[in-house]
Design a protein around this ligand. Structure first.
Ligand code: HSE
Length: 427
């Protein structure tokens, strides 16, 4: 039986999970996959951490050159995260002709073209299932399961931290800051939560997933991004009254020609939408293909064993396939000039504003919407006997830019005290 040597760069949560899966399933993979996967080297500065996992001292290194020049290593797993030193380490492995398996979404979405070019030069494999949605096999589904389709849209809850925070805000009626603090204590959110709560993590993943789904490179700069830091629990409560659930959505749309729309932002969806019941730190991706119709994948988007599961599935693939597959599109630094990235996208909107409780104020607001050709579906006025009242309205589908102009004009109306939130309504 063929023995394939694996090196793991970094024994953090995911690296340790990956090591344990490989160690504990070695015999299982020998039987089911016909390959003997042997961890031959680990790159880890904290030697004790590696020893505690039962790794032999001779296999622990703090020198990347030593790891990638080890003739017993065929596949290098990068689970360090961030751009550097991960990028230099991955390039060193590819230059040495080793196949690379990575969970690094930031590195991959920013430097995919450079990594792929390096891999092609030495005919090495480059695998990244774990970079998007952890244990959910979304990348293999796009490449090997749905390749018969023109994928028309992809809508996902692809960040577990924000889904956990929004779920708790909705369940408990607690505000954002309170839930974030608790999420940090419980280990669901990082000490510096920016990447998750400002939507960067979801944008990295959407850049990768939409490039694969639509067969065109979708650079990170073209992904519109808004996080959840300005979400008020009041919006979640009012949305609930109207039959909506608030989620941080990653949305990709493809017109099948040259127009692509990619955006990450909080959005209301109807409570009976398939994504509405994806709660806590769970992730899901809902896809529509022209032949298959609707497909949804659901599962854990992070964690030692879920992400380790995706990594080991790539290791097995790399160990059992000699032919290497790369991106189906021209993977260059500059994206295809013919691709148009839509910015004036269409959506419905939930708008909450505070106004003086005076005759005529609603007529003035309605007048502005009429001027911009925006039609209102629903309107609720809250509170009685108070001078300043909250008003919530939902619009029909309209263009983003018209909506923004209308909101500016509404804020200028004398009796409007403040425009408090504008949230898109999808699905
Ligand atoms: N921080 C990410 C999340 C997990 O909350 O989903 C890894 O991408």
């Amino acid at each position: 039986m063929k023995t394939v040597g694996v090196a793991i760069l970094g024994l953090g949560v995911v690296g340790s999970g990956t090591y344990k899966i490989l160690r504990d399933h070695r015999e299982f993979y020998r039987k089911t996959q016909g390959v003997d996967l042997s961890v031959e080297s680990v790159l880890e500065i904290n030697k004790q951490r590696a020893l505690d996992l039962g790794i032999e001292e001779s296999k622990i290194s703090d020198n990347i050159a030593e790891v990638v020049s080890n003739p017993n290593v065929d596949i290098v797993v990068e689970v360090i995260g961030g751009v550097e030193p991960a990028k230099s380490f991955v390039l060193a492995a590819l230059h040495s002709g080793k196949s690379v398996v990575t969970s690094n979404k930031e590195l991959f979405c920013k430097y995919w073209y450079e990594l792929e070019a390096a891999a092609r030069r030495t005919n090495a494999g480059l695998y990244y299932e774990a970079s998007c949605v952890g244990g959910v096999p979304i990348i293999r589904t796009l490449i090997d399961g749905l390749q018969a389709n023109v994928v028309q849209s992809l809508t996902g809850i692809i960040n577990g931290t924000t889904n956990y925070i929004l779920t708790r805000m909705s369940r408990e009626g607690s505000d954002y800051k309170e839930v974030l603090k608790d999420a940090q204590k419980l280990g669901y959110a990082e000490k510096d939560p920016t990447a998750d709560v400002e939507g960067y993590d979801a944008a990295y993943k959407l850049s990768i997933l939409s490039s694969l789904a639509f067969h065109k490179r979708v650079p990170l700069e073209n992904v519109y991004r808004e996080g959840i830091t300005n979400i008020s629990v009041k919006d979640i409560e009012y949305g609930k009254e109207l039959g909506y659930v608030l989620k941080l959505l990653a949305i990709g749309k493809n017109d099948g020609k040259n127009s692509i729309e990619v955006r990450v932002h909080p959005a209301f969806i109807r409570k009976d939408h398939p994504l509405a019941s994806v709660n806590d730190s769970f992730n899901a991706v809902y896809l529509v293909g022209d032949s298959v119709g609707d497909v949804m994948l659901y599962g854990r988007g992070a964690g030692d064993f879920p992400t380790g599961s995706a990594i080991v599935s790539d290791v097995i693939y790399a160990a059992t396939h000699s032919e290497v597959k790369y991106a189906t599109f021209k993977n260059t630094e500059e994206p295809d000039k013919n691709t148009k990235f839509v910015t004036d996208f269409r959506s419905r909107y939930f708008i909450r504003f505070t106004a003086k409780d005076k005759a005529g104020v609603l007529a003035k607001v309605a007048g502005v919407f009429a001027k911009y050709n925006i039609s209102i579906i629903d309107l609720i006025q809250k509170g009685e006997g108070i001078d300043e009242i909250p008003i919530i309205l939902i619009t029909h589908e309209t263009n983003e830019f018209s909506l923004r102009r209308a909101i500016e004009k509404i804020a200028e109306i004398d009796d409007v005290v403040s425009v408090d939130s504008t949230i898109r309504v999808e699905g």
